[in-house]
Write a protein that binds this ligand. Sequence first.
Ligand code: FE
Length: 132
Amino acid sequence: MAPDIEKTDEEWREELTPEQYEVLRRQGTERAFTGDYVYNHDTGMYRCAGCGADLFSSETKFESGSGWPSFYEPAVAANVEVHEDRSHGMVRTEVRCKRCGGHLGHVFPDGPNPTGLRYCINSCALDFDKVK
Ligand code: FE
């Protein structure tokens, strides 16, 4: 399904930082343990850095040891979508923001209860709204 927000590649390039563009629009991956939110334990909402959609709540964040922010479920299921990703010689499940189509990361079946899922998400694909 086409995303709700459609911008040209040029518009995304202008709006996003180079790192955000590489991840959100080019399916890149930030280096492990380098993102702003890997060890963030504040309470709040992680929104899409591309379009502001609510994606993940701090309540579902857990320490995976992977070097990327990890969540066991999306805050709003309708705001994310998954696609099979066969790049880099692996079969993985890519996670995208449904509203803007931005690449967020991947989801793996080795997460904790209650879902058993690990949404492994690039920090730079997220903007954190802290609850005071
Ligand atoms: Fe988005």
